[in-house]
Design a protein around this ligand. Structure first.
Ligand code: B3K
Ligand code: ZN
Length: 877
C-alpha cells in the first residue's frame, strides 16, 4: 500500500539486466498456516551489460529465514532487505545464491503470487507476482530454466503441478508426498506456475505433424468433471489450427489446463500449465450460454497460441506487452473466424473495439499500443494494448497479403526463438520479407488516439472519373498534442446502381481489378482517382474494417439503405445499418417525436423477410447500437434521453413489424439437442433478438412466450434470454422466475454470476438498492473477482440509467466499493475505478459528483498504486 507518490517507470530508461539467472531450483512446502519456499539460483554477470557489482533482486512480502552465497551463510552486513527487494553489495562474477523464505498464501487476497482459491493452491505471476514468492530478477528479459519440487499433504493435495514435465513422486511416512517438475525451456519468471489440490482431470492426446504425442489434461474440482469437453475440443482445434496456419507445434510432452474459481482475469498462459478462470473452462448446455461456449473456445486458443507468441518468444520489457498480446489476440480472432462465422466475428470484434477502445482513446487514460510510461503495469492490460494491438498486427497482414505475412511470421519465429524482444523486432521481420519501409507504419505503436478519416467524393461523368479525397486527423491525447500522419490500409469497393462491384483502376495503372481495393493512405490529405467509371457509384468504405479508424462520409439515408441490402462485405452492410439507426436514434434524443423514416422500417422489414443465409449476421444487422456507443457519439452524454430514444425505436419497430418478428421467432425454433455451432448459435440469437423487440409491446402473449421459453429450459442461452426480459418487467412473474432460477442453480457459482448480473442490469427504479441487498446474499463474496464483476461491475458499467442516477447514488456506491475492494485486491479495485475515468463526458452536476468520488479516493490514506494511477490520471486535465 502506498506511502509516497508512486514512481513512474519510463521506456526510455530501459537497460539490460546486469545479472542473468541460468537455473532456478525451487522447493515449496505447502502448509495450512504458512508456505516455505527454498530457492537455489545460478547467477552470473550479463556479458552484454555494464556490471556494477551490486545485485538487486525483487521481492515483496517475503519473510527471510536464511540466505547463503556459494554455501556460505551471509552476514547481516552483507545484504539489505527492504519492502521491494534484496540487495547484495559485493557480488562475485558468478555464484549460487540460496534463500529460504516464509510466505502466507492463505492471507493473499490480492490473488497475485501464490494464493488459495477454495481448497487449492494456485499462482498468478504475470506481470510481477513472482516476487511475492521468492527473491528474483522478476523482469521478462531474464529467462531461466526452472526445476520445481512441491511437498504437501497427500490427502488434501493429491495433485501437485508445475511447469514442464513431471520427474518423480516420493511418498513420505508423515502423510506428505512430493513431486518434482522440470521445465526444459528457459522462461521468464512471470510464466512460472504451481497448482496443488484435490482435482480430477479429463485426458486426451494430440499428435503433432512431426509425430510427437502430447498428453492434454484439464484439471477441475471433482463436481465439474463433466463440464470440460468443450474446452478440450477447443484445445485440439487450436493446436491443429496453429500447425496449419502458422506452422507452430507444441513443444512439451504434456499440456495442462487448471480451472480455478478465484482469478483476477480470464486465464494465464504459464508454460505447459495454463491456469484459467473457471468461467473460461466449464460449460454444459444447461449452465453455459452460446457466448460462454464461444468465450471458452477463444480463450483456450489464446492461451495455447501464447506458447509461441509470448512464451518461446517473450517481451523484452513490459512496454512491449502488445508484442505478445496484440499478436495473440489477432491469432485468436482469426481462429474463431475460421471456426464459426467469419463475418459475425469481425463485427463482434469491431463492436468491442469501438465501444471500449475508442472510448479509452478518447479518455484521460489514452495511451499508445506501446506505452511510454506506467506506474503500475497491471493497469496496462488494456483494450488498447490487446484489441488495438491486434488491429495493428491485422493491418500489417492487410498491407502484406497473407503469403508475405506468413513469411514474416516464419522469419520472426526463426530469428527470435528463445529470446525476449520488442515490437520493433516484429515489424522489422514484416519489413524484411516485403522489402517495404515500415517506419511510418510504426507510429501506430507510439501514437495514441483514434485517427479520423474525412472522405468526400467527386464524380466527373465527362471524364468517367471518380475521385475519393481522404483527409486524416488524429485528436490530441495526454502528452501528445500533435500527431504525425499514419499509414492506413483503407479497403474500398464501388457499387453500381444494381449493386454490382465496379472494376477499379486508379489513374496511371495499367489494369482494373474487380472487388476490394486496399488503398494506402499516408498523407494528411490524399486523393485517389478511379478511371473508367461510367455512373455515380456508391462507395463501400473500410471494408472488413481494414484499420482502427473512424470514417466520416456524407451518405444519404438512401445510400445507407442501399448498402444494407446490396453491399457484399458483411462489416460494411452491418455498419450501414448501424449508421442509419444511429442517425435516427440521436435525432430522437434531441427531438423525441422526430419522425422515423418509413424507409428505415422498410429496410428492416426487408432484412427480416429476405432472411440472410447467415442468421447470426442478420441478428447483428438488426441489433440497434448500444446505449454507451450512442453516448460516445454525443457532445455530452444524455443517459436518460438515449435510453428513451432506443426503447421507443424498438417499440416502433415491434409495433410495425410484429408479424414478421413473430414468424422469425417461431421459424427459428429448433427441437434438436443443443450444439454450439455457428448455424445453431445464429438461430438462437435471431430468435432471442425477435423476442427482445416483441417484449416492448407489453403484450401478455409475448410475456407468456418468454415464460414458456424459460420453463422449457432447453439450454442456458434461451433460459437466460427469456429470464432477462421478464426480470425487467414489473410483473409478479419476474420475482417468481428469479426465485425459481436461484433454487435450481444456487450451488453453481458460474450460474449464480449470471443471476447477479441479470438483477444488476434490470431496468427498474430500485436496482441500486437490490444490488446493495444482493451484496449481503450468501452466494456473493467481495473476495471473488467474478462475483464483483457480475454484480458491482455489471451495475456500474452496464446499467447506465441506474449508475448515472441524477442524485449521485451510483457514484457514491462505486466510490465506497473501490475503497472497500482496494484493501483486498488492488487489481480488481483499479478496474472498477476506471469506470469513472470518463467523467468529463457528462453534464456539469454529474461531473462534479464523479470528480468528488475520485478526489475522495485519492485522498484516502494507504490506497494502492493501481488505484492511485487511475484516479490521479483521470483527474488530470
Ligand atoms: N497474459 C495474461 C494476462 C495477465 C494479466 C496480469 N495482470 C492473460 C492473457 O492475456 O492471455
Ligand atoms: Zn494474452
Amino acid at each position: 500500500m502506498l506511502r509516497d507518490t508512486p514512481t513512474t517507470i519510463y521506456l526510455k530508461d530501459y537497460r539490460p539486466p546486469e545479472y542473468l539467472i541460468d537455473r532456478v531450483d525451487l522447493t515449496f512446502e505447502l502448509g495450512e498456516e504458512e508456505t516455505r519456499v527454498r530457492s537455489v539460483l545460478q547467477i552470473r554477470e550479463n556479458p552484454a551489460a555494464e556490471v556494477s557489482g551490486v545485485l538487486r533482486l525483487h521481492g515483496e512480502q517475503l519473510e527471510l529465514i536464511a540466505l547463503s552465497l556459494d554455501g556460505r551463510p551471509l552476514q547481516a552486513t552483507e545484504y539489505q532487505v527492504d519492502d521491494e527487494g534484496l540487495t547484495i553489495q559485493q557480488m562475485p562474477a558468478q555464484c549460487i545464491l540460496e534463500s529460504d523464505v516464509r510466505i502466507l498464501p492463505q492471507k493473499n487476497t490480492a490473488l497475485e503470487g501464490l494464493y488459495k482459491s477454495g481448497t487449492m493452491f494456485c499462482t498468478q505471476c504475470e506481470a510481477e507476482g513472482f516476487r511475492k514468492i521468492t527473491w528474483f530478477l522478476d523482469r521478462p528479459d531474464v529467462m531461466s530454466r526452472f526445476t520445481t519440487t512441491i511437498r504437501a499433504d497427500r490427502i488434501r493435495y493429491p495433485v501437485l503441478l508445475s511447469n514442464g514435465n513431471p520427474l518423480n513422486e516420493i511418498q513420505t511416512d508423515d502423510g506428505m508426498h512430493q513431486i518434482t517438475w522440470e521445465d526444459p525451456f528457459p522462461k521468464p519468471a512471470y510464466l512460472f506456475a504451481l497448482v496443488a489440490g484435490d482435482l480430477r482431470s479429463i485426458e486426451a492426446s494430440h499428435t503433432t505433424p512431426s509425430g510427437r504425442d502430447v498428453a492434454l489434461k484439464i484439471y477441475v474440482e471433482p463436481e465439474n468433471i463433466d463440464k470440460c469437453d468443450h474446452a478440450m475440443a477447443s484445445l485440439k482445434h487450436a493446436m491443429a489450427w496453429d500447425e496449419r496456419c502458422y506452422g507452430r507445434e507444441y513443444d512439451l510432452d504434456i499440456y495442462m489446463v487448471v480451472a480455478v474459481n478465484d482469478f483476477n482475469m480470464g486465464a494465464m498462459e504459464n508454460k505447459g500449465l495454463n491456469i484459467f478462470n473457471s468461467k473460461y473452462v466449464l460449460a454444459s448446455p444447461e449452465t453455459a450460454t452460446d457466448r460462454d461456449f464461444q468465450g471458452i473456445e477463444s480463450v483456450i486458443a489464446h492461451e495455447y497460441f501464447h506458447n509461441w507468441t509470448g512464451n518461446r518468444i517473450t517481451c523484452r520489457d513490459w512496454f512491449q506487452l502488445s508484442l505478445k498480446e496484440g499478436l495473440t489476440v489477432f491469432r485468436d480472432q482469426e481462429f474463431s473466424a475460421d471456426m464459426g462465422s467469419r463475418g459475425v466475428k469481425r463485427i463482434e470484434d469491431v463492436r468491442l473495439l469501438r465501444a471500449h477502445q475508442f472510448a479509452e482513446d478518447a479518455s484521460p487514460m489514452a495511451h499508445p499500443v506501446r506505452p511510454d510510461s506506467y506506474m503500475e503495469i497491471n493497469n496496462f492490460y488494456t483494450v488498447t494494448v490487446y484489441e488495438k494491438g491486434a488491429e495493428v498486427v491485422r493491418m500489417q497482414a492487410n498491407l502484406l497479403g497473407s503469403d508475405l505475412y506468413r513469411k514474416g511470421t516464419d522469419l520472426y519465429f526463426e530469428r527470435f526463438d528463445g529470446q525476449a524482444v520488442t515490437t520493433d523486432d516484429f515489424v522489422q521481420c514484416m519489413a524484411e520479407v516485403s522489402g517495404r519501409d515500415f517506419s511510418q507504419f510504426k507510429r501506430w505503436y507510439s501514437q495514441a488516439g483514434t485517427p479520423e478519416l474525412k472522405i468526400s467524393s467527386d464524380f466527373q461523368p465527362e471524364q468517367q472519373r471518380y475521385t475519393l479525397t481522404v483527409a486524416q486527423h488524429c485528436p490530441a491525447t495526454p502528452g501528445q498534442p500533435d500527431k504525425a500522419a499514419f499509414l492506413i490500409p483503407f479497403a474500398v469497393g464501388l457499387l453500381d446502381k444494381n449493386g454490382n462491384e465496379m472494376p477499379l483502376q486508379l489513374q496511371g495503372e495499367a489494369e482494373a481489378i474487380t472487388g476490394t481495393r486496399m488503398l494506402e493512405v499516408s498523407e494528411r490529405r490524399q486523393q485517389f482517382t478511379f478511371i473508367g467509371i461510367n455512373e455515380r457509384p456508391v462507395p463501400a468504405l473500410l471494408r472488413g474494417f481494414s484499420a482502427p479508424v473512424k470514417v466520416q462520409y456524407d451518405y444519404s439515408d438512401e445510400e445507407l439503405m442501399f448498402l444494407m441490402a446490396a453491399e457484399p462485405d458483411g462489416f460494411c452492410r452491418w455498419d450501414a445499418a448501424q449508421t442509419l439507426a444511429q442517425r435516427i436514434l440521436l435525432k430522437r434524443v434531441a427531438t423525441p417525436d422526430a419522425e422515423i423514416p418509413a424507409g428505415f422500417v422498410e429496410a428492416f422489414r426487408k432484412a427480416l423477410t429476405d432472411r440472410e443465409s447467415d442468421q447470426a449476421l442478420l441478428a447483428e444487422v438488426l441489433t440497434l447500437p448500444s446505449e454507451s456507443y450512442l453516448g460516445d457519439q454525443m457532445k455530452e452524454v444524455d443517459v436518460e434521453g438515449i435510453h428513451r430514444s432506443r426503447e421507443s425505436l424498438k417499440r416502433h419497430l415491434a409495433l410495425t413489424l410484429k408479424d414478421e418478428l413473430l414468424s422469425l421467432y417461431h421459424d427459428n425454433y429448433s427441437a434438436d439437442g443443443y450444439a454450439p455451432d455457428a448455424v445453431s448459435i445464429g438461430r438462437r440469437s435471431l430468435r432471442n433478438l425477435a423476442l427482445s423487440y416483441l417484449i416492448q409491446l407489453d403484450d401478455p402473449a409475448v410475456l407468456q412466450l418468454c415464460i414458456d421459453q424459460f420453463r422449457a429450459g432447453q439450454n442456458m442461452t434461451d433460459v437466460l434470454a427469456a429470464l432477462s426480459l421478464v426480470a425487467d418487467k414489473d410483473v409478479p412473474e419476474a420475482e417468481q422466475l428469479l426465485e425459481q432460477f436461484y433454487q435450481q442453480w444456487k450451488n453453481d457459482p458460474l450460474v449464480m454470476d449470471k443471476w447477479f448480473t441479470l438483477q444488476a442490469l434490470a431496468n427498474r427504479p430500485d436496482t441500486l438498492s437490490r444490488v446493495e441487498n444482493l451484496m449481503k446474499h450468501p452466494a456473493f463474496s467481495l473476495a471473488n473477482p467474478n462475483k464483483v464483476r457480475s454484480l458491482i461491475g455489471a451495475f456500474c458499467s452496464g446499467n447506465a440509467v441506474g449508475f448515472h442516477a441524477a442524485d449521485g447514488s451510483g457514484y457514491q456506491f462505486l466510490g465506497d466499493r473501490v475503497l472497500e475492494l482496494d484493501g483486498m485486491n488492488p487489481q480488481v479495485a483499479s478496474r472498477m475505478v476506471r469506470i469513472m475515468a470518463r467523467w468529463q463526458r457528462y453534464d456539469k452536476q454529474r461531473q462534479q459528483m464523479m470528480k468528488a468520488q475520485l478526489e475522495r479516493i485519492l485522498k484516502t490514506e494507504g490506497i494502492s498504486r493501481d488505484v492511485f494511477e487511475i484516479a490521479s490520471k483521470s483527474l488530470e486535465q
